[in-house]
Design a protein around this ligand. Structure first.
Ligand code: PEP
Ligand code: MG
Length: 579
């Protein structure tokens, strides 16, 4: 019997069967010895040379990544170089060599550990990411002092699946795609640099497994199912065959579905449906366009700045402009930052909230930090001159909030008119409906907003009072709960009655088994990540609005979520089975 050993977060989709290679990082032995007074100058020179050599290496990696991937990806290494160039760190190493007469490796290692220890005690995801940067640099410096190769992942010459406690962005970026079939890490989340790299390199990856490395050894046969987030160790020959078939089917299905790229998303009864993409960083825009999306329905702008202490206007403008020009004349809906809750960065407040999801996040953070908000609005408005931008505010709870955000935007527009800064005078300004109060007051919000976009990820969490990131109560988090369906129906009706443009951009929009439900409820504009975009389009093209409406009528007459789910699954399977 094989065991499903662990589950994790799908960072990059795909299915792979292969041999495990447990990567423990570079096993560097740190020599520790004291030096004589007359050796101090030599030791410092060794240290300086290693710093220069490491900088050269990092710059070379940066250039390679900029050439092969993108400038954005390459910029991730800027923070590594900045750590190396930090005069305080350099001074500390020098002092340790001079005063404690320690060899350079020992001094560097002690100071890195000191920095890592002080950072690990801080509750801040951004600063925690820096720990990986520091240990990466530590390894490189010590390797250079000892003239050893720093990355053994590059030396792998046979096909393997990497298991590692964590991987640094440089280790991921330098992976050889011909040999590394997939990777699995104990640590990490979907937005870690490593996960972003995996998606950009199209290497299937599962992160955040907590314990996968302790459950495999080198050479174990493993299946990585980075569609459902499962890892199976020592599978039976039958299972291997089954997954190999599954892997082939997955690839074939992708190829088959890719034929839909240029076909319209139109139902059997000729109703036009619009499919847009959700992106976190500009680099994802190509894959979204290649999948035939008709623009960007949600640009989660906060992820652009995870590496920066403070987002500056020009940097923002350049990034928005890049996406806007790329999609022009298609729309790009830029959502102002949604930091706070589970997304806390260096520039957000450091005080800990008791209920972060109910705290100072999204538009609340922006209105509280009006200067930052104005910088972002200026950048977005400037970018609007280069294409079809829509501006969207997240987590609007009160009518006043929306009016205030809109007023601030209009003040900036007025400034731009007076100083001759060009922007799109007809820019549409809308809001995300993701808090129950916005559903209840949607008719009033419709007076002030040009469009609504429903964020079901949060709407489900706030309506059902279920923390969207809690595994313990995940069984309660169900978008098919009758109250959610009733709410969605209410939003559609209000938007129709007020002629307000309506779209939906939560994960629900990108789940093919919910497509019939959403069409039946009346949604026509769906925005999603690229993973299931083809499948959603396939469903759209295989159904009629009439049958979707009849399905929704039946669902709305049911009380139990189980019953609703069963009928939704049955209809989906009947119409189209892509699983
Ligand atoms: C949502 O809440 O549905 C949404 C799209 O926003 P986010 O997932 O970024 O909170
Ligand atoms: Mg949300």
């Amino acid at each position: 019997m094989s065991t499903i050993i662990t589950k994790g977060i799908v960072a990059s989709p795909g299915i792979r069967v292969g041999k495990a290679y447990v990567y423990h990082g570079d096993k560097i032995i740190i020599p520790k010895y004291t030096i004589r007074e007359d050796e101090i100058t030599y030791e410092i020179a060794r240290f300086e040379k290693a710093v220069e050599q490491t900088k050269e290496e990092l710059k070379a990696i940066q250039e390679q990544i900029a050439r092969n991937l993108s400038k954005d990806m390459a910029d991730i290494f800027m923070s590594h170089i900045m750590v190396l160039e930090d005069p305080q760190i350099e001074e500390k190493v020098r002092k340790t060599i001079i005063e404690q007469k320690r060899n350079a490796e020992w001094a560097i290692n002690d100071i890195s550990l000191e920095l890592i220890n002080s950072l690990s005690s801080i509750e801040d995801d951004y600063l925690r990411e820096r720990i990986i940067d520091i240990s990466d640099i530590n390894k490189r410096l010590i390797s250079n002092l000892q003239a050893t190769e720093s990355s053994s992942l590059q030396d792998i010459t046979e096909e393997v699946i990497i298991f590692a406690s964590d991987l640094t962005p440089s280790e991921t970026a330098l992976m050889n795609k011909d040999h590394i079939l997939a990777f699995v890490t104990d640590k990490g989340a979907r937005t870690s640099h490593t996960a972003i790299m995996a998606r950009a390199l199209e290497i299937p990856a599962i992160v955040g497994t907590i314990n996968a490395t302790s459950l495999v050894k080198n050479g174990d046969s493993v299946i990585v199912d980075a569609v459902h987030g499962r890892i199976i160790v020592d599978p039976t020959p039958e299972e291997i065959n089954e997954f190999r078939r599954y892997e082939e089917e997955f690839l074939e299905l992708e190829l088959e579905l890719a034929k839909l790229t240029n076909l319209p998303a139109q139902t059997l009864d000729a109703e036009e449906v619009f499919i847009y993409g959700n992106i976190e960083i500009p680099d994802e825009m190509k894959i979204i366009k290649d999948h035939g999306a008709q623009g960007i329905g949600l640009f989660r702008s906060e992820f652009l700045f995870m590496d920066q202490s403070l987002p500056d206007e020009d940097k923002q403008f350049q990034e928005y402009r890049r996406v806007v020009e790329y999609f022009n004349p298609m729309p790009v809906t830029i959502r102002t930052i949604d930091v706070g809750a589970d997304k806390v960065y260096a520039y957000t407040n450091h005080y800990k909230e008791r209920n972060p999801f109910l705290g100072c996040r999204a538009i609340r953070f922006s209105l509280e930090n009006e200067n930052l908000f104005r910088i972002q609005l200026r950048a977005i408005l400037r970018a609007s001159n280069f294409g079809n931008v829509k501006l969207m505010f997240p987590m609007i709870t009160t009518i006043e909030e929306f009016k205030r955000a809109r007023n601030i935007t209009e003040e900036i527009m007025q400034d731009f008119r007076s100083n001759g800064t060009p922007f799109d005078e007809k820019i549409k300004i809308g809001l995300m409906i993701e808090v129950p109060s916005a559903v209840v007051n949607a008719d009033i919000l419709a007076k002030y907003a040009d469009f609504f976009s429903v964020g079901t990820n949060d709407l489900v969490q706030y309506l059902l009072a279920v923390d969207r990131i809690s595994e313990k109560i995940a069984y309660l988090y169900n978008p098919l709960n009758l109250s959610v369906l009733r709410f969605l129906k209410q939003i559609v009706d209000t938007a129709r009655n007020n002629a307000t443009l309506l779209s939906i951009c939560g994960e629900m929009a990108g789940e093919p088994q919910y497509t019939m439900v959403l069409l039946g409820l009346g949604f026509r504009h769906l925005s999603m990540g690229p993973i299931y975009m083809y499948q959603v389009k396939k469903v759209v093209r295989s159904v009629s609005i009439a049958e979707c409406e009849s399905l929704v009528n039946s669902l709305l007459s049911m009380e139990s979520t189980d019953e609703i789910e069963k009928l939704v699954r049955k209809k989906f399977k009947e119409k189209i089975d892509l699983s």
